[in-house]
Every structure is written in structure tokens, then in C-alpha cells.
Ligand binder design. Structure first.
Ligand SMILES: [Zn+2]
Length: 272
């Protein structure tokens, strides 16, 4: 509305060569956003003259900030970007390549409405950059105004275990089941062995979150030290065969071994 008034005033000024005092401008100091007068909404009209309201840019920016704060990744997305992800080995290149393809798929409007939206699974050796690359994807999604939530498995599973046998357990994980994109970091984390056994509580938490997201068709990004087929599928075929199905085309398995622990590598030589 304020824009309309300003446009009319400008047209009259141009025509008459006069300066018309502005009551809109005089009230400027009272509003943080002059466009919407701090309502968060602006009225506009389409090409057929139908008037409608839409969110003001200030409201969109505020919502983006809130999403970032709620994601649990506000600090780490600044550091863990795609640009900062090093690709000095073929494995690192494969991780980055898959992550970029996955991000492109999630942002593709055609895939947004797909009845089977893809998930991402990066499994294998610690220190191989799994958390970095998954965080980079989350940072890009947040930049595209997509809600993301970070779930650090070890801490959250520990907290959730207290209520895992409650009747309303599903209600306790709604933060994780309802968000547009969930990133589970270090799924089913525990001391590494070739044949892990997971507790019933662990499996129930994983099942409750992953199954709900599967049924709601909500993309899920998973990093884990475990190999999806070798370790997780035998632990619970029902839930992990669903994960496997959704992650088709977007699964990276990093071989175990010190050669894939980049925390142990020398820092890269300074580029000249
Ligand atoms: Zn505004």
C-alpha cells in the first residue's frame, strides 16, 4: 500500500515538477519495515487485478533466521560448507559428488512433489568428512528456506531412552518426525565391531523416527559409521530395508581404514 501511495506521489511530482510532503515518510521512524509497517504482510495484486496478501521480505528473512536457530546447526553451517570440503582422494570426491547430486535432487521442484523423495546415506569410516558434507547440504537447504533439524544420535538417543516405553513415545519425537528435512548424525553410534548388536531401545528410537518419516515422505539425511547393508539391515530388516529403498542412488559407503580418516592426514599445502 505504501508503495502504491509513493508511486502515485512520484507520478504527480514528475508531472508538476513539485515536491509533495510525505506523511508516509514522516512516520518512517516508527516502523522497522516501512514496506509492511511491521505487519509481516504486504498487499499486492495479480495481472487480473485480484488482490492478495503475501509475506513481506522482512518476514521471510525473520523466518529464515528462526529456521536456522531451530535447526541446531547455526554455528556449524558457517564452517562446514561445500566450498570448504576438500577432495584430495577419490573417496572424498565421491562423497562430494553424491552430496551435490542429492542437494540438486531435493531442490528440484519436480522431485519435491515426488511420492518417493530421496534420502541420503553416508556410512563408514570415522574422520572421512561425513558430518562436514551433510552439514553443508543442510546449510544450502536452509538458504533455500527449507526447514532442517539436526539430530546428534548419541545425545538424543541417550535422552530419549528414558521414555522409550511410554505409550506416547511417538509424541516425544515429533520435532524429528515433522521437520521438512532431518539430518541424523552418527546413527546408532556405539563402539565399532564387525558384528554390532544394538539395544531394543536404540532400534525402537531409530524405527519410530525413520518409519514416521518414511510414511510422511520426508527426506532424511543419515551419516553413520555402519554399513547400511552389512550392519544395519540385519539389525532390523523392516526399517532399514525402507531406508535402503529411499537412499537408492544416494548411498556412499566409505571403506574402513586409516587411509580414509582425513583427520590423520597432513593439512593441505597452501595453494599459490
Ligand atoms: Zn516488512
Amino acid at each position: 500500500m505504501a508503495e502504491d501511495i509513493q508511486a502515485i506521489r512520484q507520478a504527480i511530482q514528475d508531472r508538476l515538477g513539485l515536491t509533495i510532503p510525505s506523511c508516509v515518510e514522516s512516520s518512517k521512524a516508527a516502523y522497522k519495515c516501512e514496506r509492511c509497517k511491521d505487519t509481516g504482510w504486504i498487499e499486492t495484486q495479480d495481472e487480473n487485478g485480484v488482490r492478495y496478501v503475501q509475506k513481506c521480505a522482512c518476514r521471510l528473512a525473520r523466518e529464515a533466521e528462526e529456521r536456522l536457530a531451530a535447526s541446531g546447526l547455526a554455528d556449524s553451517v558457517k564452517k562446514h560448507t561445500f566450498a570448504a570440503f576438500e577432495t584430495r582422494t577419490p573417496t572424498q570426491a565421491r562423497i562430494k559428488d553424491t552430496a551435490e547430486k542429492y542437494l540438486a535432487a531435493l531442490l528440484d521442484p519436480g522431485i519435491r512433489d515426488n511420492p518417493r523423495r530421496p534420502w541420503l546415506y553416508i556410512g563408514g569410516n570415522p574422520g572421512s568428512g561425513k558430518t562436514h558434507i551433510c552439514t553443508a547440504i543442510c546449510g544450502e537447504l536452509l538458504r533455500h528456506n527449507i526447514g532442517v533439524r539436526y539430530m546428534q544420535w548419541l545425545n538424543e538417543a541417550r535422552r530419549l531412552k528414558a521414555g522409550v516405553n511410554d505409550e506416547n513415545f511417538e509424541d516425544q519425537v515429533t520435532d524429528y518426525t515433522r521437520v521438512s528435512v532431518l539430518y541424523i548424525d552418527d546413527l546408532l553410534k556405539q563402539k565399532y565391531t564387525d558384528r554390532p548388536t544394538f539395544t531394543e531401545a536404540d532400534i525402537k528410537i531409530a524405527f519410530t523416527v525413520l518409519n514416521a518419516r518414511y510414511l510422511l515422505n520426508k527426506p532424511t539425511i543419515i551419516s553413520s559409521e555402519w554399513d547400511l547393508l552389512e550392519h544395519l539391515l540385519p539389525a532390523d530388516e523392516g526399517v532399514f530395508s525402507r531406508v535402503y529403498e529411499r537412499c537408492k542412488g544416494y548411498t556412499v559407503t566409505i571403506e574402513r581404514g586409516l587411509q580414509n580418516n582425513y583427520r590423520l592426514m597432513d593439512p593441505p599445502a597452501a595453494s599459490t
